[in-house]
Design a protein around this ligand. Structure first.
Ligand SMILES: Nc1ncnc2c1ncn2[C@@H]1O[C@H](COP(=O)(O)OP(=O)(O)OP(=O)(O)O)[C@@H](O)[C@H]1O
Ligand SMILES: [Mg+2]
Length: 223
């Protein structure tokens, strides 16, 4: 098992009341699984994605990554694990507007203090892989939406993470572009054994899952 959740509870305080955003959530993910997380709006999908590697702290419950508990370790250690092992693809892409394609992709390597020359080499390889070798010097606003999404994906995999967390990676894309992105995710999942956890509203995207988690009001239900 690469990632396990045991009896996860996440409560938010709101106007003096408590909201159970996640309630009694347990699951096991094997290395190389392509996990899809589905469920109605407000069911806790983003909360789950963000809480797995500590971007949101749990109220209670355990998270075990690669055999070690990570829910009870400090922020500095969690940041190290995220930098080394996790790639995030968020719906808004979050590309830095004044950095070029290749500079955006080099960010995770810069955070790991990889030498500049090596950053450039690895970012170039990945951009080749996502079909953007001829767009390395463009700014995000000079790219199409699908190309921007591919830059975001390149950035999420350039440091060779073990696991990719994606929140609606195909939201706002047309069907053809969505398929392109999904096929690409499947490719890196199968060829590189990268585990993927993907939140989606799209039945087509959910069809890519080899393991499916369906949430309703913060609880896992059978889909
Ligand atoms: N910071 C917060 N404070 C209070 N309540 C919150 C907070 N963040 C989320 N919630 C509540 O927790 C629940 C789960 O939210 P979450 O964002 O995980 O849903 P979601 O399944 O990702 O929905 P969507 O499909 O709309 O993105 C919702 O009822 C939401 O209102
Ligand atoms: Mg969400």
């Amino acid at each position: 098992m690469i990632l396990q959740g045991e009896n996860i509870l996440k409560q938010y305080q709101h106007n003096g009341g408590l909201i159970n955003a996640l309630d009694s959530v347990s699951f096991s993910v094997k290395k190389g699984d392509f996990v899809t997380v589905t469920g109605p709006s407000g069911s806790g999908k983003s909360t789950l994605l963000l809480s797995l590697f500590g971007l949101i702290r749990l109220t209670s419950g355990n998270i075990i990554f690669d055999g070690k508990r990570i829910d009870n370790i400090n922020d500095r250690k969690l940041t190290e694990i995220r930098k080394k092992s996790v790639g995030y693809i968020l719906q808004s892409f979050a590309l830095i507007p004044y950095l070029t394609t290749i500079q955006n992709v080099m960010i995770p390597l810069a955070l790991e203090k990889v030498p500049k020359k090596e950053q450039y080499k690895r970012a170039s390889e990945i951009l080749d892989y996502v079909g953007l070798a001829d767009r390395t010097d463009h700014l995000p606003r000079e790219l199409s939406v699908g190309q921007q999404q591919r830059v975001a994906i390149a950035r999420s995999i350039v440091h060779r993470p073990q696991i990719i967390m994606a929140d609606e990676p195909t939201g706002n894309l047309d069907p053809a572009l969505s398929l392109e992105i999904l096929e690409f995710l499947r490719k890196i999942n199968q060829e590189n054994k990268i585990t993927i956890i993907m939140v989606t509203h799209s039945p087509v995207a959910a069809g890519y899952g080899t393991m499916k988690l369906h949430l309703n009001e913060g609880k896992i239900v059978n889909s």
